[in-house]
Structures are given as C-alpha cells and as structure tokens.
Design a protein around this ligand. Structure first.
Ligand SMILES: [Zn+2]
Ligand SMILES: [Zn+2]
Length: 424
C-alpha cells in the first residue's frame, strides 16, 4: 500500500524538539526583506551540520541559498521556503516574541521586525524535511533541492534568484513544490488544482492639484477632494465591473496629502493594491483603475496628468493539474480527513511560481494550518473566525508550534517522496 509506505518512511522522524527550539530562534530574530543575512547563514550551517552531502550554493539573488542532494537517477524535486520577516511590531506576547528593530535598506528607516507571515515556520519545516529525506536516502532515488528564498514579501526574491543564474548553478527541477502556513486549524492541509493564489499588483498614484489658501478654494484645485473621489470610485470596480462569480479586491492602503488645516495641498499620493484570480479580470480591473483615475482628475480640473506607477507585481499561482492530482492521492492517504483537496483559493499572493514558470516546469503550492485548536474551535463555535483568529501579517500572528511544525515537515516529505520514492 503506497499510503502505508509514507507512514513507514516518516515514522523514524528527526528530533522535532530541537526544531521547535530552532523555530523559536528564527521567530525571535527575524530579518527584513533583502537583509536575511543571519537567517541564511544559520540555515547554511544547519544544512552542513547534517553531513549528508548537501552541496550548498549561497548568495543567489541576495541572501538566497540552495542545498542539492544527489541520490542516483530519477526526477529532480525542488522544495522551497521563503525567509523574510515584515516591518511589524510584534504583539503576540509569546515568550519568544521578536524584539528586533532594523534599519530598512529600502528607505533607511529603523523599523520593528516580526515573522508575521510564518516564513520562520517554512524554513524550519524545510530544514527538518531536508534532514529526514537525507536520512532515508535508501528509500528514494533522484535529486532533491531545498531552496531558501529571500525577499518574498516585496515580490522580487524568486525573480532575483532566477536572474542571478540559479538554474546555471543547480540542476533544473522537474517539479517545484512549496507551502504556506495560513490561519486554518493547526494540522489541516489544503491543496487544489488550478488557481490557488491570486495575482497582486501595486501602484503608487500621484494626483496633482493646485495648492493655495484654505479660505480660497476657488483659486485652487484641491487634491484631497480629488483623492477622496478616486478612493470611493475605485471601490465601484469590484462591485460594478467585475463578474460577481470572480474574486477581486481593490484596496487603497495609503492616502497622503497636505500637512495642515489651512493650506490646500498641491498633490495627493495614493498607494493601491489590486488582487485578482484570472488574467482576464486582472486586465479589466487594471484598465478600470487607470480610466477612473484619469477621469476623476479631468472632472476635478487637475492641472496635470496623474502619475500611475506600478510598484510590485505578484503573478497568479496556478497549480499544475497532474502534480496536484498526484499530491492529492499522497496527502489523502497520509493525512486522511485533515487533508482538503478542494481548498478554496485565496487572494493572497506569492512569487513562488516564478521558480517554475521561468523554466517552464510544473509546480504546486499548498497550505497548512497553524491555529491553536482551542482558539480555532471557540472562534468557530461563536462564528468569530475572522475577528478572533489572527491572519498572516497581523501583529498577533503566532502559529502554535505543534502540530504545525510536524505537519509542515510531513507535507514536504510526503510531497517530495511522491515523485522520488522507489517503487515498492
Ligand atoms: Zn506575507
Ligand atoms: Zn508569506
């Protein structure tokens, strides 16, 4: 029985207690995007400590690093974890909460730093899987690549690794696999064929007015009123222009204009974030945004064309049907009823797929839960899952260490062995 063999292969697991300590270490010492120096060096020394023959490649596309374990003929499987933290002041109150602050090289500003997206969990699960898969080398054949990616949060790390010659330095994988911890009940694993995460496009928009005295609006063009109209009108894109059966989000996350009561400012800056789950909807929403911004400027007698500048772009994450199908049978056999093969897609985004799409290879990205059972069950009973369960990027996001770590580690092992395991 194939399912039984996964259970056998994972029964002799590495000492996960030491990985719990390692997870808490990563959680206590997060680093911002592009500055994951210590994290990468801890990962490299950990991989070397196995003495299992992982060939290391470091400093790829920034602090990215890769371990390659060659183990005979067979397919090449790449497992990926991301490494960066976020500029968030941690409020979890956990004994191992981060107290770190760092000067962000992106803008020179000192910021609190937190692993608020669970990338510390991804790293730890992948290291545990790397150790165990090396330990059971007799059971599989092929090449295993463990890849630790920097700068996921700013949508550029995967591309940077590819652009820095990643696939000239390591074997080209046949399958690219990754996972993310989400606010699901700890222990649950969810996957699906097709779109699992949306695309995200961010823009900086500058709206031009004409500054003046607060008492003389007739001599000015007020960019605050213009910005207010743009913000409200942008909200009509999803409600009035997108097919109601499609998912889309338009968020204006930042509005800045003026500095005092009695001066009409001369410009306003909006920061807009757009999430979509098909390329058609994406095109439609982006075109509507441009049209509305320009038309509102015209309506307000703006003296100058608005500046609409794309800042970041995350592609759609679309799981390969065949790979997702093979993983579904492995996961269903191993995780039984806690595996959901029909995981609804989310509007969050990832640059993971670039590691596969850049070489035209199939990929799969799945989710695993990290929410403490008592908290989840109470919130579910009271119908307060959205209110009481902190999601990724929240200052209160602190996955329960177990069973989250074990499940994330097991999912990576089972997924890799789905393609690498020797036939029984
Ligand atoms: Zn994130
Ligand atoms: Zn993340």
């Amino acid at each position: 029985m194939a399912e039984q063999s996964f259970v056998d292969l994972l029964s002799d697991k590495p000492n996960l207690t030491s990985y719990e300590a390692l997870y808490k270490h990563f959680h206590s010492y997060p680093e911002l995007s592009l500055q994951e120096r210590e994290t990468a060096s801890t990962i490299a020394s950990h991989l070397e400590s196995f003495k299992a023959g992982y060939e290391l490649c470091t400093s790829i596309g920034g602090h990215g690093l890769v371990g390659v374990l060659k183990n005979g003929t067979g397919p090449t499987v790449l497992l990926r974890a991301d490494m960066d933290g976020l500029p968030v002041l941690e409020l979890t109150g956990l004994p191992y909460a981060s107290k770190v602050t760092m000067t962000d090289i992106a803008d020179g500003i000192e910021k609190p730093v937190m692993h608020a997206c669970g990338h510390d969990m991804h790293i730890t699960c992948l290291l545990a899987a790397a150790e165990h898969l090396a330990h059971i080398k007799h059971a599989w054949s092929g090449t295993l690549i463990v890849l630790f990616q920097p700068n996921e949060e700013r949508a550029a790390g995967a591309q940077a690794m590819v652009d820095d010659g990643l696939y000239d330095r390591i074997p080209v994988p046949d399958y690219v696999l990754g996972q993310h911890v989400l606010p699901l009940r700890a222990g649950r694993v969810g996957n699906r064929k097709g779109v699992i995460m949306g695309a995200a496009d961010s823009f900086k928009i500058v709206l031009y007015g004409r500054g003046g005295h607060g008492s003389m609006p007739h001599r000015s063009v007020d960019p605050v009123v213009l910005a207010a109209n743009v913000v409200l009108r942008l909200q009509s894109i999803v409600s009035r222009e997108v097919d109601p059966s499609e998912m889309a989000v338009v968020t204006v996350g930042s509005v800045q204009a003026g500095s005092t009561e009695n001066v009409i400012a001369d410009h306003a800056i909006l920061k807009v974030n757009i999430r979509t789950t098909t390329s058609q909807t994406r095109e439609r929403v982006l075109a509507a945004m441009r049209r509305i911004v320009k038309a509102e400027c015209e309506a307000s007698k703006s003296p100058k064309e608005p500046l609409i500048e794309p800042t970041t772009h995350f592609p759609l994450t679309v799981n390969d049907d065949d790979v997702a199908g093979r993983l579904a049978s492995s996961f269903a056999g191993f995780f039984k009823e806690v595996f959901n093969p029909e995981q609804p897609p989310i509007n969050g985004s990832e640059d993971f797929s670039i590691l596969a799409s850049s070489i035209g290879k199939p990929y799969n990205f799945w989710f695993f839960g990290g929410v403490d059972h008592e908290l989840w069950d109470r919130a579910e009973r009271e119908g307060r899952l959205f209110e009481d369960v902190p999601a990724n990027h929240s200052a209160y996001f602190g996955p329960t260490v177990q069973p989250t770590l074990r499940i994330g580690y097991e999912a990576l092992c089972v997924a890799a062995l789905t393609f690498l395991k020797k036939p029984l």
